[in-house]
Structures are given as structure tokens and as C-alpha cells.
Design a protein. Structure first.
Length: 79
């Protein structure tokens, strides 16, 4: 079974042109540029979810951003 599939994607003309410019500047294909964009979007979304989860847990524990940072420093020092 192939590891990739060809799919159709509709994009506004300005995004297509931007992808073309980036691909040309970097010596890559538009497909590579768009794949990287999707990967980065996915990673950033996951990071935002994790930050939101952590912020919620800190609030429930009555911790501020400063107290979380202090707790991390102490944990890293092995206290």
C-alpha cells in the first residue's frame, strides 16, 4: 500500500502564489511547503491544547504562572 495519496485541495489564489514563491526561494516543491505548513499547524495546535490543559490544572491547584515556574525550577533541581 502506498504511503502517500494524491488529493485535490482548493486554495485561494494568494495562498497558491505564496506557496509557489516559498517553494522557489527554498528550492522545494509546493507539496513539500504545504506538507510542512500542515505539520507545523498540527504541532502548534497540540502545543496550545497542552498549554491550555496545564493552565487549567494550575488554576485548579491555585497556582499562578510564577508559582508554576518556581515549582518547575525546584523539580529540575531535584528537591
Amino acid at each position: 500500500m502506498p504511503s502517500t495519496r494524491v488529493r485535490s485541495l482548493s486554495l485561494p489564489l494568494d495562498l497558491i502564489r505564496q506557496a509557489e514563491r516559498l517553494a522557489k526561494q527554498e528550492g522545494r516543491t509546493k507539496t513539500e511547503v504545504l506538507r510542512e505548513a500542515l505539520r507545523r499547524y498540527s504541532l502548534e495546535k497540540r502545543w496550545r491544547q497542552l498549554k491550555g490543559y496545564g493552565a487549567g490544572r494550575a488554576r485548579k491547584a491555585g497556582m499562578t504562572a510564577a508559582s508554576v515556574e518556581q515549582a518547575v525550577r525546584e523539580y529540575r533541581r531535584g528537591r
